[in-house]
Design a protein around this ligand. Structure first.
Ligand code: BGP
Length: 458
């Protein structure tokens, strides 16, 4: 019997920009995604823009009922900064009323809301000022966080500052998958540093005002596995780990930067502007808990010295022969990675309380798996979750302090540049009608959540 600890959190994660819709109503201002779609819709899969989400803004009552029927005892979403503070000064009371009703209904349904403040959705007016490049945005974020704590603090006990703070940096400053879409290592570090300071200021504001509940952050941790045990490959894995995991993990949990990161900054002649007092603030503001998004590992080998891409000098990806792939997303499925994360947190991060904040499988063309009743038989998704949970369970048995598992996602939702190409939901969204239909995995998840133990594959 794979029983999970009492009170284990079962549920799903989503985000405001990916599920709310109503992008230009309810008083919401534009965020970067609204702006980018308006400017360059060809970049978006099948040119489906951020207005075409699952429409939680209009459907939240029925969606919360469906969550309850699926056995959820918790659900994570994010507040839209551009909806709550359209001009950065005046609070949008329509947004307050909407979020308050959502959080209240969740609570009345026995579903703990876990509320995140930033999920890749920089308000456009701040993007115009330079976004995370600009230190002023740190103060704007602190103000936004304070407004959120004050307006919703009586209904929310679990707060998250950022979801995957490294993603907008990696995708926007070392890639062109988020705006601004440049390759600039110095700007990447500056923007990353400001993101971290925004997190720290929000944690401080929360603690200084003695708000009830806890505050944490959600990081996408990708364990780095070297191609071989040669010193060069081991060093490559170390760099990948330092840059992509420890760059945020160490400061938010331990209050300090990894030494290797500091030597990287020196080696690469990166100049990060900081304020006196920043480092003390960082030291004084560790998180109460950690959310971990786990989808795939990172397989690395020594980099090619002649490469033109700066980071490739340090490590390069390689395709492991034994890899099991999710061909739709192009991501490797490596369930044991979840166990490795569990032990790393136990042994190297003081066994801080943590939970799996996202894990899931995006699949293209799910309609072909419909049975005669019309239900999508997503047995592959059940197998995916089940195999990960077995490894997570082993990590918990061995003492890792994990208290929950959230699947990505509840209802198929809109996804950045991929839109509805890969579907992740336990519940299918009919894009034309907006209607929702449970997939087979929703029934399996209900059995899992209600029994607090791993059911048969079904
Ligand atoms: C995570 C993000 C989510 C979600 C998920 C699936 O990194 O936090 O917002 O999108 O990945 O990825 P994708 O939608 O790109 O397939």
């Amino acid at each position: 019997m794979m029983k999970f600890p009492d009170g284990f959190l079962w549920g799903a994660a989503s985000s405001g920009p990916q599920m709310e819709g109503a992008g230009s109503s309810g008083g919401k201002a534009q965020n970067v995604w609204d702006y980018w779609f308006q400017k360059e819709s060809v970049r978006f899969f099948q040119q489906i823009g951020p207005e075409e989400t699952s429409g939680f803004y209009a459907h939240y009552k029925e969606d919360i009922d469906t969550m309850k029927q699926t056995g959820f005892n918790s659900f994570r979403t994010s507040i839209s900064w551009a909806r709550l503070l359209p001009d950065g000064i005046q609070v949008n009371e329509e947004a307050v009323a909407f979020y308050r009703d959502v959080f209240k209904r969740l609570d009345e349904s026995g579903i703990k809301p876990i509320v995140n403040l930033f999920h890749f959705d920089m308000p456009f007016r701040l993007y115009e000022k330079g976004g995370w490049d600009n230190r002023e945005v740190v103060d704007e974020f602190e103000f936004y966080a304070k407004v959120a704590f004050e307006r919703f603090g009586d209904l929310v006990e679990e707060w998250v500052t950022f979801n995957e703070p490294i993603v907008p940096i990696e995708m926007g400053y070392l890639n062109d998958k988020h705006l601004p879409g440049v390759f600039d290592l110095n700007r990447a570090f500056q923007a990353g540093y400001h993101t971290l300071m925004a997190h720290v200021k929000a944690v401080r504001a929360f603690k200084d005002r003695n708000h009830r509940g806890k505050i944490g952050i959600i990081l996408n941790l990708t364990p780095s596995y070297p191609r071989s045990d040669t010193p060069k490959d081991l060093e490559a894995a170390m760099w990948a780990d330092v840059l992509y995991n420890r760059s945020f993990l160490d400061p938010v949990v331990k209050g300090e930067f990894p030494e290797e990161l500091l030597s990287f900054i020196e080696q690469e002649h990166i100049h990060v502007r900081y304020f006196p007092g920043d480092f003390q603030l960082l030291k004084d503001s560790p998180v109460d808990f950690l959310g971990v998004n786990y989808y795939q590992p990172r397989r690395v080998q020594a980099g090619a010295p002649a490469s033109t891409n700066t980071l490739d000098h340090y490590f390069e990806p390689y395709q492991w022969d034994g890899a099991k792939m999710n061909p739709h997303r192009g991501w490797e499925i490596y369930e044991k990675g979840m166990y490795d994360i569990a032990l790393t947190i136990r042994d190297q991060y003081g066994n801080i309380p943590w939970y799996i904040a996202e894990n899931g499988m995006g699949v293209e063309g799910e309609s072909r798996f419909r049975d005669s009743s019309g239900m999508i038989q997503d047995s592959y998704r059940i197998e995916f979750m089940s195999n990960h949970l077995k490894w997570l369970h082993k990590g918990i048995e061995e003492g890792s302090n994990c208290y929950g598992y959230h699947v990505w996602t509840f209802i198929d939702n809109w996804s950045w540049l991929n839109e509805y190409k890969n579907r992740y939901g336990l519940v299918e969204l009919d894009l034309k009608t907006g209607r929702r239909y449970k997939k087979k995995s929703a029934g399996w998840f209900k059995a899992l959540a209600e029994s607090n133990q791993l059911p048969d594959l079904g």
